[in-house]
Design a protein around this ligand. Structure first.
Ligand code: CP
Length: 305
């Protein structure tokens, strides 16, 4: 891990031991979530795109650790709506805060912010690019439910083109010998650069267009994703693909006992409501795990653990 620049922009700079160490720290926060580690610290949350879980779990993490939060959840209320540049916004906020957590609609915005900011930046999602804190909580959820990260069969379903969470997951899982199955319509296939990343890193993957009981029979993790309307330039295309893959409870009958269903949320139609009461559904606990993982990520960025 680069200890000089403590920003978290993607998971590329983290090795296997860094990831496992952060997950172990997250487990410590799960055991003891309320501590005064951030006493006197101010954390800014700058959300240029909508969020429920990411922003509120980061802010809860700061509150539970005794820090203070400033920021915005609607950029229209800030001076960026008057034309202030991202650089100037970051320079201003770094006058007030010890750490900036930022979600932005532009791919590369977090990296750019980290290059101009005197304080660390945590990327809370940049366009269709990366969402590293989501991946860390996804890994934490896999570790908790499977007892290991190595040698898992992971099925990624839905919007693999624009889904930043699945892109970040490939980056992190390169150390853990996974077998991925990419299930998507033609229009939303995993982009070629990520498939090339898999080939270079020896990650096995298969692509499927069918989504049914037989295809998912060997899954340890079924990772559902939302088709992201906000990323489409052609809304007719969105309408055509939005309901193509819906997980229904009866598709889970002959799946592995250890299977767990994850979803970064929000869900729209891609998981039927009756799946929620199936013991294999884990997406709400997964979101809860985000609190502990983000406590660890904040403390790591501030060099406090
Ligand atoms: N998973 C996730 O990023 O959710 P939000 O968009 O609600 O933050």
């Amino acid at each position: 891990m680069d200890q000089d620049n403590r920003s978290l922009i993607s998971l590329e700079g983290l090795g296997r031991e860094d990831i496992l160490s952060l997950l172990e720290k997250a487990a410590g926060f799960e055991a003891q979530p309320n501590r005064k580690i951030l006493d006197g610290k101010v954390v800014a949350t700058l959300f240029f795109e909508p969020s429920t879980r990411t922003r509120l779990s980061f802010e809860t993490a700061v509150n539970r650790l005794g820090g203070r939060v400033i920021g915005f959840s609607d950029a229209a209320t800030t001076s960026s709506s008057k034309g202030e540049t991202l650089k100037d916004t970051i320079m201003m906020v770094s006058n007030y805060a010890d750490l900036i957590i930022m979600r932005h609609f532009l791919e590369g915005a977090a990296k750019y912010a980290s290059e101009v900011s005197p304080v660390p930046i945590i990327n809370a999602g940049d366009g269709a690019n990366q969402h590293p804190s989501q991946t860390m909580l996804d890994l934490y959820s896999m570790l908790k439910t499977q007892g290991r990260l190595d040698d898992l069969n992971i099925y990624l379903v839905g919007d693999l083109k624009y889904g930043r969470t699945v892109h970040s997951m490939l980056t992190a899982m390169r150390f853990f010998n996974p077998t991925f199955h990419f299930i998507s319509p033609e229009e939303l296939k995993m982009p070629s650069e990520y498939k090339e990343f898999c080939r270079i890193n020896g990650i096995r993957f298969q692509e499927h267009s069918e989504f049914n009981e037989d295809v998912i029979a060997d899954a340890d993790i079924l990772y559902m994703t939302r088709v992201q309307r906000e990323r489409f330039t052609d809304l007719m295309e969105y309408e055509r693909v939005k309901d193509m893959y819906i997980l229904k409870n009866d598709m889970l009958r002959s799946t592995r006992p250890n299977l767990r269903i994850l979803h970064p949320l929000p869900r729209v139609n891609e998981i039927a409501q009756d799946v929620d009461s199936n013991p294999k559904a884990y997406y709400f606990q997964q979101a809860k795990n985000g609190l502990y993982v983000r406590e660890a990520l904040i403390c790591n960025a501030l060099n406090l653990i």
